[in-house]
Design a protein around this ligand. Structure first.
Ligand code: B1M
Length: 213
């Protein structure tokens, strides 16, 4: 198996045996983010495909998620850092009803390595908690993540609740359940401030830089 195939297979198999030496080898060829977005994400996509076909059970997907998380935290110190000044404070949350947090945590790493102060509210975060945190933290923007189809709808109601609470700072949304079109046609009309869709963590950084300019 090639190095790239091995890295994907650690995620698919949910095993960490041999992972670290292979991550070290990968860092000789690729940047930390390329390793995540390339072979590790390919492994995660395969996990999603197998899970869909009932060839993996939730417990196995959890093991895969553990390998992905361990890899991201091993790679984090190797990621580019640009900490010249604090560019803004962003609240991040996986929306109510959704436990998926690997993507959101990757967004946190990328943004905090690039000058943003992040308040990570965790998973299954109800709108009331986001509103409370916004008031406590006086954040410049709010980031919502969600991977389930029902999470896309949850983002619509979260945007409504934020609007009804008088909040209008920019909202950035992301996660596999969403599309640019859904964001534009379903979330944006429900909010008084700007709503932007990020397809991945780097896109999220570009958008945050534009929003905070
Ligand atoms: Co779940 N799960 N899962 N799961 N899981 C999916 C999402 C699914 C597509 C799998 C499938 O069926 N093929 C499916 C959703 C179906 C649907 O609604 N359409 C699914 C399901 C059904 C479920 C359960 C219902 C299963 C069950 O219990 N029967 C259950 C739901 C529980 C709940 O939330 N209430 C469940 C549970 C789990 C685990 C706990 C086992 C585990 C999560 C562990 C964890 O996150 N701590 C898990 C996993 C790992 C997955 C898959 C396999 C991988 C997700 C992942 O981590 N990807 C996933 C299938 C898939 O996506 N291929 C699946 C890697 C991550 C880096 O990517 O999060 O997309 P992602 O983030 C990307 C971008 O989306 C973007 O940036 C990141 C990349 O740079 N991004 C943002 C994300 N958030 C952003 C926010 C931003 C900006 C960009 O700004 C704020």
């Amino acid at each position: 198996m090639s190095l790239e195939e091995r890295l994907g297979s650690y995620v698919v198999e949910g095993t960490k045996e041999g992972l670290i030496p292979d991550l070290d080898e990968a860092l000789q060829k690729y940047s930390a983010l390329e390793v995540i977005n390339g072979p590790l994400m390919a492994g995660m996509s395969e996990v999603g495909r197998l899970f869909n076909k009932n060839e993996l059970i939730v417990a196995e997907v959890l093991q895969s998620a553990e390998v992905m998380k361990a890899s991201v935290s091993y790679l984090e110190p190797f990621m580019e850092k640009n900490e010249s000044s604090v560019k803004g404070k962003i609240l991040l949350a996986t929306v109510k009803g959704d436990v998926h947090d690997i993507g959101k945590n990757l967004v946190e790493i990328i943004l905090s390595n690039n000058g943003y102060q992040i308040v990570n509210l965790g998973i299954k975060v109800p709108p009331e908690r986001i509103i409370e945190a916004y008031r406590e933290e006086k954040a410049d923007a709010i980031g919502l993540s969600g991977l389930l189809v029902k999470s896309a709808q949850q983002m619509v109601s979260t945007a409504q609740d934020l609007r009804n609470a008088g909040i209008d700072v920019p909202i950035m949304v992301g996660g596999a359940a969403l599309t640019r079109k859904f964001t534009k046609t379903r979330i944006r009309p429900e909010y008084n401030g700007m709503v932007v869709y990020a397809k991945d963590a780097m896109d999220g950084l570009d958008l945050a830089n534009k929003l905070m300019d």
